[in-house]
Write a protein that binds this ligand. Structure first.
Ligand code: QV4
Ligand code: CA
Length: 529
């Protein structure tokens, strides 16, 4: 079959910047090792994340949670705390401590996912079915291991009939609507009263225990459901980071989960003065562009950023998918790309890592059984098996993450962060850090290219025809190894992928067939031969 050729256009960019990373290029990306055991995270930091330039790991909630059996344990039980003791399906407190210190030793930071808006579901019953065996009574709102009791919850402040959040977007009653989102129960989860001193003290105490153990910051769960002034009071109590690993006076890095796709009274911007905020529009819009839905095309990404309605770049925590929207939870909708659609997914992740906008987070997932039909729930696709927990043994304990000889993961762990295209783009981002976006080129359709100062250049072909273009890369003359089709060999001379030759004038010739497995090419200062 004959390849169709697209209209060819040439971009002649000007201006190269001469900024270089000072000593070595620090890491810039976070990887969410969703549901990983602490022991495996420690090894991953040492064997893989540090050598490959990953900045940090987001860990699953470390606090004690309710054990749900239906009949198997769902991943989401970890979002129903019973106490702030540190035993969970990922391991013991000792294993957590060991992991944090081993990761810090090799320069990989740990960000803990903290669930502080609520405790378990009101219908969780009574007893000791919790991950450390602590007693609780959900009906009476008794959590003696914290301790919390009924007066520490928001029941008196919530005015909805069910006691749950019933309406997120009553635009005619903005104040009342915001109040119910913050003072009522999120899907029946017992809602903590952060206005009260005791609650603030307990929550900050939990977070400080983790800071003292060596975490570098937090992903704060469900921030939309907490008042910004209460969060401010809690963050204000946080200790500085542990000086065994961090410079004196370092503050925890906080990124807050607020799903704001527009159209609700609560805005992400209410939280941005307190820390970073998750930008959920990023993955939803990027997914739509890569899927080429509604006439969206890659060329449109020339203006990617604030003008798309995204929050200012220096406030945003960005990601293609997260543990919720990859399985139809939370929000984001049907456009979200995940590992289930690897070709488009890699393209989206590569674009994200090449583009200067935001602090980037990568998802590292496990497979679940999708043999059952997908249903439509609340406008997005929700998988019938969306609840499935991580690969586990019949007794419910999580299986370790085995690493295959080829570097991939076994036992149903997907390990997107180990896909070489993604791993190499993590390094691209580090090398290009601080460099401006330059030399944009597009064909008006789904072929684009852009550079980052004189440190990196990426070309993407998401059209149905070959990309064949002579492009200004802004890079110093020389021979480079494409880090998508392969990479530079250890000795630095060989290249297992395409070779790209940049001429004295900074231009290079690129050919990418529409049928290639990965229809994009990336070179950077560290892939020069
Ligand atoms: C059910 C009914 C309720 C009923 C309740 C009590 O739906 O109407 O009141 O029973 O009988 C699980 C079940 C859910 C169940 C609930 C309480 O899925 O059906 O309610 O437990 O028993 C995760 C999962 C949720 C899960 C929750 C707690 O996604 O499905 O609920 O954990 O185990 C909004 C928020 C946003 C949130 C997102 C999912 O603004 O903050 O929804 N995202 C974060 C996390 C997410 C987590 C939570 C918040 C809660 O990323 O993973 O929810 O901590 O957009
Ligand atoms: Ca709340």
């Amino acid at each position: 079959m004959k390849a169709r050729w697209c209209l060819l256009a040439l971009g002649l960019g000007l201006g190269v910047s001469h900024y270089h990373c000072r000593t070595r290029c620090g890491g810039t990306s976070i990887v969410h090792l969703f549901e990983w055991p602490w022991r495996d995270i420690a090894e991953e930091c040492e064997n893989y994340l540090a050598p490959n330039g990953f900045a940090a790991v987001q860990i699953s909630p470390p606090s004690e949670n309710v054990v749900v059996t239906q009949p198997w344990r769902p991943w989401w039980e970890r979002y129903q705390p019973i106490s702030y003791k540190l035993c969970s399906r990922s391991g013991t407190e000792q294993e957590l401590r060991d992991m944090i210190s081993r990761c810090n030793k090799v320069g990989v930071k740990i960000y803990a996912d903290v669930v502080i808006n609520h405790m378990c579901s009101a219908s969780a019953g009574e007893g000791r079915r919790s991950t450390c065996g602590s007693y609780f009574n959900a009906r009476e709102e008794e959590f003696p291991s914290v301790p919390y009791s009924a007066s520490h919850f928001n029941d008196d402040k919530c005015t909805t009939a069910s006691g749950n959040i019933e309406n997120y977007q009553d635009i005619y009653q903005l104040t009342a609507s915001a109040a119910q989102v913050r003072d009522c129960r999120l899907v029946g989860l017992l809602d903590l009263a952060h206005r009260k001193e005791h609650v603030r003290e307990r929550v900050a105490g939990y977070m400080n225990t983790l800071v003292d153990m060596g975490v570098a910051g937090f992903r704060v769960d469900a921030c939309k459901h907490m008042w910004p002034e209460d969060l401010k009071a809690i963050y204000g109590r946080l200790h500085n980071l542990n000086t065994e690993w961090f410079p004196e006076g370092s503050k925890p890095f906080v990124y807050q989960e607020v799903i704001d796709l527009g159209g609700e009274p609560i805005k992400a911007s209410e939280y941005s003065r307190l820390g970073h905020v998750t930008e959920f529009k990023y993955g939803a819009k990027l997914g739509s562009v890569i899927r080429r839905w509604n006439g969206d095309k890659l060329a449109d990404l020339k203006t990617w950023g604030e003008s798309w309605g995204l929050m200012p770049s220096d406030q945003a925590l960005v990601f293609v998918d997260n543990h919720d929207n990859q399985r139809g939870h939370g929000a984001g909708g049907a456009s979200i790309l995940t590992f289930w659609e690897p070709r488009m997914y890699k393209m989206a992740v590569a674009f994200m890592l090449a583009h200067p906008y935001g602090v980037t987070r990568l998802m590292s997932s496990y497979r679940w059984d999708r043999s059952l039909v997908e249903g439509r729930v609340g406008g997005s696709c929700q998988d019938q098996n969306d609840w499935m927990g991580p690969p586990s043994y019949p007794d419910g304990s999580t299986k370790p993450v085995p690493i295959n000889p080829d570097g991939s993961c076994g036992e149903g762990w997907v390990c997107e962060h180990r896909w070489h295209q993604i791993r190499n783009m993590v390094m691209f981002r580090n090398v290009a850090h601080g460099q401006p976006l330059l030399n944009w080129w597009d064909n008006g359709g789904n072929q684009i290219a852009f550079g980052r100062g004189d440190r990196g250049f990426i070309v993407i072909n998401n059209d149905d025809c070959t990309l064949d273009a002579l492009l200004q890369t802004g890079m110093p003359a020389g021979s480079y190894c494409d880090v998508i089709s392969g990479q530079r060999t250890a000795a630095g001379m060989g290249c297992t992928g395409k070779r790209i030759t940049v001429g004295e004038d900074g231009r290079a010739h690129f050919t990418i067939k529409a049928t290639e497995q990965d229809p994009f090419v990336a070179i950077h200062a560290g892939s020069k031969l």
